[in-house]
Ligand binder design. Structure first.
Ligand code: ZN
Length: 425
């Protein structure tokens, strides 16, 4: 078996000069977000006394395959340090969502108790628990210490980065997999080739690889420049994904869209060429073309909208501070770091970011701008005039929850276009 991959599918640290998918040099810079720190490397109080590292953050677009990417790669070992704070089980919505994915995949592929499902980047094992509860064999692969939480919860998880070597180890110990699934990781990895070939090696013939990531069309349509951060090396279009898998013995056989992360794409890829393809694939490729993902002017318009939203937000933030009113932030998702660092918002303008009581980010500071992260009970206790929703892609449920807890403040929604939502609305 030939377990090799093209050289450009191993993204090297540092400046990236060609497309990570098709290796074309026809790249255009869409947005320059300046030099920024890693968005999930929150600082402890003592770290505020030390220098902080920043890296270029630019969104570029490939004219050839329509994929978007950033043009600087930070070493994955630095990005996903052992105490990386993300944990999927924290929000109820996410748990329900992950269980729903597992049930839909069990139905679609008729999975039985002798099938093995492997989740790469399995986090605390929530997605796998949906499979495991119906008796299907599961295995998690998770590089961070969160693997220990998964194991403690009874979801067998190996603490590794997934690559060809690890795929071989799994195959020897657990046998071939029917399904390999990865949510919110496939846009992150430097080792695209290692991952795809590892999946190929571990899957049985006709086995399915399923990847869910944020989706370029939704990012552009929704003005979501804040999904651009160093963890997201690529923002996939379907055309980009098809271009990617055409370089391997895989067929993109189905695609679904959803609203997670403000718009996501779930692509189903079957081991082997010339597999039966769902009409959904051609349908979405056509939608991308009609939307203009193949045209530079689409991206220029996007950049203009981003800059307009920034000015609207900053005008309001400064005017509110000048008027002596209280404005604070709610939640601290990775994307809030991109937004606040690009806009230039520090704790003088926005004194804190409120997070739910179970968050691992409490007591830490936003990278770059050093805004403290506090327990969101403080919102209720202090009733500021305005609360900026930094997880604005979940604005509706968050406003509902906060109002149910007794919050009387008005809300600021920064994107896709800056707007104020009155508490009474
Ligand atoms: Zn390309």
């Amino acid at each position: 078996m030939n377990l090799s991959y093209p050289e450009h599918h191993f993204v090297k640290n540092g400046h990236i000069k060609t497309c990570q998918i098709c290796n074309s040099d026809k790249l255009h810079t869409i947005l320059d977000l300046g030099h920024q720190p890693l968005c999930d490397s929150l600082l402890t109080e003592s770290m505020l006394n030390e220098p902080e590292k920043n890296y270029p953050l630019r969104m570029v677009w490939c004219e050839n395959c329509t994929n978007a990417q950033i043009d600087y790669c930070v070493d994955g070992k630095e990005v996903y340090y052992p105490d990386y704070p993300y944990r999927s089980g924290v929000t109820k919505e996410l748990v329900e969502y992950q269980v729903k994915i597992s049930h839909s995949l069990i139905r679609k592929y008729g999975l039985k108790t002798n099938d093995l499902v492997v989740d790469v980047g399995s986090n605390d094992g929530i997605l796998l628990s949906g499979f495991k509860n119906t008796g299907i064999k599961t295995l998690g692969v998770e590089p961070t210490n969160i693997a220990k939480i998964a194991n403690a919860n009874g979801i067998e998880t190996i603490q590794e980065f997934f690559d060809i070597r690890v795929s071989e180890e799994i195959k020897n110990k657990y046998g071939l997999a029917s399904v390999i699934v990865t949510t919110n990781t496939f846009a992150h990895m430097q080792t695209i080739g290692e991952f795809i070939v590892g999946a190929y090696n571990l899957l049985k013939n006709g086995g399915i690889f399923i990847s869910e990531t944020h989706y370029l069309l939704d990012v552009i349509k929704g003005g979501q420049f804040d999904t651009v951060y160093h963890e997201h090396l690529r923002t996939y279009s379907l055309k980009g994904l098809v271009t990617l898998f055409n370089q391997y013995d895989f067929t993109v056989t189905d695609v679904e869209r959803g609203d997670r992360y403000g718009g996501n794409i779930r692509v189903h890829v079957t081991k082997g060429r010339n597999r039966k393809v769902s009409p959904e694939v051609d349908k979405l490729l056509k939608i991308e073309e009609e939307f203009g993902l193949g045209k530079l002017e689409t991206f220029e318009k996007f950049a203009k909208r981003v800059k307009t939203a920034r000015l609207g937000f900053m005008d309001f933030l400064i005017a509110t501070n000048k008027a002596g009113k209280r404005i604070v932030g709610n939640s601290c998702p990775g994307r809030s770091s991109t937004l606040l660092n690009y806009y230039g918002v520090d704790s003088e303008l926005l004194p804190y970011l409120a997070e739910q009581p179970a968050s691992l980010k409490l007591g830490k500071y936003l990278p770059g701008k050093h805004i403290p992260v506090v327990n969101n009970q403080r919102l209720i206790d202090e009733q500021p005039d305005y609360v900026v929703l930094l997880a604005w892609h979940y604005a509706k449920p968050i406003m509902k929850q906060l109002k149910a807890r007794g919050l009387k403040s008005d809300f600021v929604i920064p994107l896709p276009d800056f707007k104020i939502v009155k508490n009474s609305e």
